[in-house]
Design a protein around this ligand. Structure first.
Ligand code: UD2
Length: 311
């Protein structure tokens, strides 16, 4: 069994990743500064004798390296980040600090203390407004936000460190992740988290446009499993991979599932399309299958059903 250090452990993807590591009998050290993560997300993990939590800011000089030197993990899963694309537009400096500089600090902590493997939360945002589908790892990278550029820069920083210092680096390009514990607070939160909250509250939802736009929605349970594989599976070498399902789901399909579960909900309202909205996004999942043995297993239908019945 491995000892895995998870940054951003109290976040949406982080907390599910921690739960899955513990379920697979790994030892986990979790870090979070609670900027966007929530302690409640770790309720189950905190009851485990195999989980240790440290409230720590990864971007604070020296903090992470000191901790890594003390706990000596086999692998680091680096999920701590400024997670909002919108916030990266209004505060590019903070995006630089939390999404680029912090990644460099993680790479350095791994180098200084001979951590063998590092898994990084990258994003489909590095591809920008792609026009050829499915999006492959070789598709041209044209980020259209500071968030997307920072994820792309971070991949380069980590892969360079990996090649120079003998560290295995896996960059996980998540597509549209959904599931329990995703924060619906902002109008720019993931659409499924917003719809989930509104249906639960008995309110109608607004679809920006006709609803024919599609996304490659992937369950957070699949994403957590992909993270555990990347951090702990034997015979994994450095590289990048889309973490996606390879299936396109339209917003109308998503709303159709909610409407089945909430038959009394008000009718959907159609608003004007969001400025800069992309019409389609769809990833090619084959590379993750070859590199990690990962294939998404949770259908949107099943994942939405679970989300609706959670909490
Ligand atoms: C993701 C990013 C976004 C931007 C974009 C670039 C997230 C949550 N969002 O947006 O910031 O980087 O990628 O490709 O990571 N929608 C509605 N009603 C709502 C909310 C959303 O119709 O109440 C639509 C929205 O206009 C879009 C679709 O739902 O067509 C998905 O929206 P999203 O923000 O969940 O994800 P995405 O991929 O557009």
């Amino acid at each position: 069994m491995a000892h895995v250090l998870v940054t951003g452990a109290a976040g949406f993807i982080g907390s599910h990743t921690v739960d899955r590591l513990l379920a697979a009998d790994h030892t986990v050290t979790g870090l979070d500064n609670f900027r966007t993560g929530r302690r409640a997300n770790l309720a189950a993990a905190l009851a485990s004798p195999h989980f240790a939590f440290h409230e720590l800011d990864v971007a604070a000089p020296g903090a992470l390296a000191t901790l890594v030197g003390t706990v000596r993990p086999d692998a680091i899963i680096h999920l701590a980040a400024l997670v909002s694309v919108q916030e990266s537009m209004t505060n590019p400096d903070l995006n630089y600090s939390l999404n680029i500089h912090a990644t460099h600090l993680v790479a350095e902590a791994a180098r200084l203390h001979a951590v063998r493997r590092l898994v990084f939360a990258s994003s489909a945002a590095i591809y920008g407004d792609a026009t050829d589908f499915p999006i492959r790892e070789s598709t041209e990278k044209k980020p259209i936000s500071p968030y997307g550029s920072a994820k792309l820069a971070s991949e380069a920083i980590l892969l360079g460190h990996g090649a120079a210092f003998g560290l295995t680096v896996r960059c996980q390009r998540y597509f549209n992740v959904f599931g329990p514990r995703q924060d619906p607070a902002s109008p720019y939160s993931g659409v499924i988290s917003i719809f989930d909250r509104r249906y639960r509250e008995g309110q109608g939802v607004t679809i920006y446009g006709e609803g024919q736009q599609t996304r490659d929605f992937i369950s957070v349970h699949d994403v957590a499993r992909a993270n555990v594989l990347a951090a702990t599976a034997p015979g994994v070498s450095s590289g990048v991979a889309n973490i996606c399902t390879g299936r396109a789901t339209s917003l109308l399909d998503v709303v159709g599932v909610f409407a089945r579960h909430f038959p009394a909900a008000p009718a959907v309202i159609h608003g004007t399309p969001r400025t800069g909205d992309i019409i389609h996004s769809l990833g090619a999942p084959e590379h993750a299958a070859a590199a990690l043995g990962f294939r998404a297993e949770v259908s949107v239908d099943t994942g939405l059903g679970e989300l609706i019945h959670a909490g």
